[in-house]
Write a protein that binds this ligand. Sequence first.
Ligand code: UDX
Length: 436
Amino acid sequence: MKICVVGLGYLGATHAVAMATLGHEVLGIDLDTNKVDYLNAGKVPFHEPGLQESLREALSTESVAFQTSFEMTEPASVIFICVGTPQTVSGKSADTSFVFSAGESLAKVITPETVVIGKSTVPVGTAAALRDRISEVAGFPIHLAWNPEFLREGTALEDSLEPDRIVIGSWDDYSSQKLKEVYKPILDRGTPLVEVDVPTAELVKVAANAFLATKVSFINAMAEIAEVSGADAVELAKAIGYDERIGNKFLRNGIGFGGGCLPKDIRGFVARAEELGAGEAVSFLKDVDAINQRRRARVLSLAAEELGELKNKKVLMLGLSFKPDSDDMRDSPPLDIALRLARAGAQVTVHDPVALSALGDKHPELIMEQDLSAAAKDQELVILGTEWSEYKSIDPASFGDLVANKLIIDGRNVLDVASWQAAGWRLIALGRNVHN
Ligand code: UDX
């Protein structure tokens, strides 16, 4: 099928490559010339394992191309809207202006047969307004459906090609049939298909992210209790996670969630629910957000407790991305903690296997060091902020020879406490009373 993908960020670039991998002929559109040039040259503008290889394969068979204009030689049967919906600058709601401007631009190139499909995460009710607006600009009633995406950074392509489920929200049979054609190879493998109405499809995504955020904050709340009661939140998570109704995933306590989705989605959800007069229903998400923020503050207070005055103290942050296998630092807990430590007067060195180049010269108050041994030299406190595999495999004995003070806060609970302590480190693990 001829498919067009509008918006080439994490979601759109991955979706374009995934659609080409499924055998479709794909045109990706983004107003950012740099992004388009990069992708046409076979380069992915962000860190996503495996995506570049698949992009190059798709380019070599001419099944994908990227451009900045909406002009098409032949109309696409399906146009996916994958633009971002960031948090508004003035408030906590999601900014849907890019969705509407993309809709208005594509309205000029569609035919009555084209199906427009929303994938962006939007406040419930956006799809209906978007359908009306595109129809108005196009001059005929358009087909529009909603098809939320659940891809995680780090495993984005795999999540797109082997999803747990496909959700289709539509007002008419024609649109849902077209989407089923798009996903035929995936559906033929027996992947569950959930067909719903459009508002449900819009809600599914924010509801899923709200649930995941709640799970992380739940275990972080337990960590707060563990810290004052002598209990161990890691063992607690293991014990409750064996109950299949609870499950052991997304129960890792630490410095909390970040990224381009979970934090902004829960805030946007609260804002939309309040607009709809149902704010009370999700007001608990404000607590979910607050618990998440408190974990960052906890690291700051631990650092102050351990070091006394933070001014001029040398601190090393291991990891800056919001999670491993990504260079995304949007609302990243380790970056936030590093900046707050620097504001408190500490000399903060930051290390990350991939994210430093994306940081560029945005934060001159942080000392960037690409070499791990050089980064460790003379540090008085080390904080593990992102659980990159290379940090998990650090040898505590030789690493200890480099630092000035063998003190580490494990913000992700991934280090082997016994071996770090045996190497003479004082290790503080969040939510665990294991300090020596
Ligand atoms: C998330 C959703 O998982 C995905 O389905 C949706 O499409 C987009 O948002 P992503 O933002 O890539 O994906 O990150 P995710 O893997 O969900 O992790 C989010 C954050 O939670 C990370 O900062 C991670 O470190 C943190 N986290 C996750 C924990 O602190 N503890 C856990 O147990 C799990």
